[in-house]
Write a protein that binds this ligand. Structure first.
Ligand SMILES: CC(C)(COP(=O)(O)OP(=O)(O)OC[C@H]1O[C@@H](n2cnc3c(N)ncnc32)[C@H](O)[C@@H]1OP(=O)(O)O)[C@@H](O)C(=O)NCCC(=O)NCCS
Length: 289
């Protein structure tokens, strides 16, 4: 059992510094320091912690920001970091932290939260898009330059920038007490949708095609590796191939007005597989809602 509360004191902020070292090991420079976290929360920012028996096991940190729109600058919440201790992953803590952030930011009167993540991380994709209902139409090449921490070192730090429209039915349905179930592979299979490129898994490690094939269907299924971190450890050049293949794929798709609207897992085989669902234009996946 864990509980979630707002963190505002220097003593508890110190625990957040410590937890960052466990989640992103290896680069002291990249730890957001206590004084910065405190200043942020004294100025509209939010640091939420998940605790088990007074031990911190997860946190999410963000602050108010401005986005540029045709009507001028508009306030939003910029969610900068979320981390769950490696021993406590996949227990729903990340979801619960984002749900608490959603409640707090709505209370502040804002309707938009953005954050970035590596689009090759299947767990993050499933949590952010399928479970939380964020969408993506923005690809950022090498967003943070060459990163130094243990999770990110070595590859260009390309990121999806997500839009989480927190007052929409799409998001409310996913975060309600009885949440809408995530999209299932058999629903996708029944609809007749097929992946628009083939991933070669004959060696046991998924390999992308050399180039993105042409596409124009209204809905697209785009596969990524189910476990990119292990793939990166086993075959670093292949991880680079995946980075550049998916960069070409998403940049092309977003330029053609596709939006990433869902993420679906195929767990029917011995190896589980993960697919982004891209939708053309403004529409959402009505048939699956
Ligand atoms: C990303 C992170 C914060 C998520 O926290 P978490 O507590 O593990 O997340 P949750 O348990 O709420 O949700 C994870 C979901 O992904 C699923 N999942 C696990 N592995 C998966 C995979 N390889 N592919 C797809 N989904 C996967 C889990 O089953 C779970 O779904 P479920 O609750 O329906 O079973 C955490 O994994 C983490 O700290 N990662 C390292 C740092 C990071 O990437 N931070 C985010 C960017 S700043």
């Amino acid at each position: 059992m864990f509980t979630i509360h707002l963190i505002e004191t220097p003593e508890e902020m110190h625990l957040v510094e410590e937890l960052q070292r466990d989640v992103w090991p290896g680069s002291e420079t990249d730890v957001v320091p206590l004084h910065m976290l405190i200043t942020t929360v004294h100025n509209g920012g939010l640091v939420l912690g998940a605790f088990e028996n007074e031990k911190i096991i997860g946190f999410v940190f963000g602050f108010p920001g401005l986005e540029t729109t045709p009507d001028g600058p508009r306030p939003k919440h910029c969610s900068h970091m979320m981390g769950v201790h490696p021993d406590h992953r996949d227990d729903g803590i990340g979801f619960a932290l984002k749900r608490a952030q959603w409640q707090m930011v709505r209370h502040q009167g804002l309707d938009h939260i953005t954050w970035t993540y590596d689009p090759l991380l299947s767990r993050n994709a499933y949590l952010n898009i399928a479970k939380l209902g964020a969408v993506c139409a923005t690809y950022r090449q090498s967003e943070y330059g060459d990163m130094r921490d243990g999770l990110n070192v070595g590859l260009p730090s390309d990121r999806f920038q997500l839009d989480w429209w927190i007052n929409t039915r799409r998001v409310e349905k996913r975060l309600s007490k009885r949440p809408r179930p995530t999209l299932k592979w058999n629903q996708v299979a029944k609809s007749g949708m097929r992946p628009f490129y083939a991933v070669d898994s004959s060696t046991g490690i998924p390999r992308p095609p050399e180039h993105v094939p042409p596409f124009d269907d209204r809905l697209l299924l785009a596969e990524i590796p189910a476990d990119f971190m292990t793939l990166k450890e086993k075959d670093f050049p292949l991880a680079r191939d995946w980075r550049f293949f998916t960069r070409e794929l998403f940049e092309t798709a977003f330029a053609k007005n596709y939006i990433v609207t869902d993420f679906v897992l195929d767990k029917n085989n011995s190896v589980s597989r993960g697919f982004y669902v891209l939708t053309h234009g403004e529409s959402t996946l009505d048939q699956f809602e």
